[in-house]
Design a protein around this ligand. Structure first.
Ligand SMILES: [Cu+2]
Length: 302
């Protein structure tokens, strides 16, 4: 992964930013002018905002996902190699220094107001990133964008994943971490209501989803599992416009992305059926084909 190739240009506070007197056209979006990270949102004319149809219904748990919690302790990592790729690891295998670095980087990009515009992108249903085949490829690129932001402030940080189906618990080291993020709609402080609603799908549910031989059956199965974990965490994670303020959102999606990557290896040639504009992961320029190979995107999972 390229190290600190891009600089964060977001201003800490641009509420008072105005076009230069005499300029013919409006300035670039003063809030997030970095096209690489924010895509069209960095331009003079960001995409129109379309409220998400799930905005109020939030994520829907699936009762059939529920099975009594089990504990097991596989996983872990191999290596010690020199890795050219950003290696995403199970958060349980990180050292306390690595956990601190992740939280520090998250805090830093938030304090630079570089996180909020990325969160705001998730609230715009114009991108059609839920409930259709774009769900997996779109969030794959979304995670890469966060990872790029994190690496701008600390090139050693790779997104950890939260294997909730196996763990059946919230990462304890995150419990006290509730940042406030200055979203377009106003400041939002991360809150959670862990386990109050719904079910945390277990390893069996993941295995069942993995058994789907085509993308068109696999994707809804995995998205349903994803929804349930959102509801299980509760609070900020319940709302599409607030979920990405919680670092667990990114760790949860990394796990969903990891499961997809594993499924891809087992089911070669099975790709989302997307053509034309639906195949472009707007507001970014990557197309569906560019989302198929995670190593080409600069990361791997152990
Ligand atoms: Cu999402």
């Amino acid at each position: 992964m390229a190290k600190s190739k891009y600089k964060i240009h977001c201003e800490p506070d641009c509420a008072g930013a105005k076009p230069k007197p005499g300029s013919q056209s409006p300035p670039d979006n003063p809030r997030c002018p970095d096209v690489r990270i924010y895509g069209d949102y960095a331009s003079k004319k960001p995409p129109p905002y379309i409220p998400h149809p799930y905005e109020h219904a939030c994520f829907k748990p699936r009762k059939e996902d529920y099975k009594a919690p089990t504990t097991s302790d596989e996983g872990g990592n191999e290596d010690g190699r020199n890795e050219p790729l950003c290696v995403r690891r199970d958060h349980r295998t990180l050292t306390s220094t690595q956990l601190d670095r992740f939280l520090n980087a998250f805090t830093l990009i938030n304090s630079m107001n570089a996180l909020a515009p990325l969160v705001d992108i998730h609230s715009n249903a114009a991108h059609q990133m839920h409930g259709n085949p774009r769900f997996l490829p779109w969030h794959r690129i979304y995670l890469v964008r966060l990872q790029e932001l994190l690496q701008m402030v600390d090139p050693t940080v790779c997104l950890p994943y939260w294997k909730s189906s196996e763990e059946q618990a919230f990462p304890s080291w995150l419990l006290g971490f509730t940042p406030t993020v200055n979203l377009a709609g106003g400041p939002h402080t991360v809150n959670r209501n862990i386990g109050a609603f719904a079910f945390l799908p277990d390893a069996g549910a993941v295995t069942t989803a993995m058994g789907n031989p085509t993308f068109d059956t696999f994707r809804p199965a995995l998205e349903g599992i994803h929804d349930s974990a959102h509801v299980w965490v509760g609070g900020s994670m319940l709302g599409i416009s607030t979920a990405p303020t919680d670092p667990v959102f990114w760790m949860h999606h990394a796990e969903i992305d990891r499961i997809w990557a594993e499924w891809q290896v087992a089911n070669p040639g099975q790709n989302p059926n997307l053509t034309g504009s639906a195949a472009i992961m707007d507001p970014w320029s990557e197309d569906e084909v560019a989302t198929r190979d995670i190593s080409a995107l600069g990361y791997s999972y152990v």
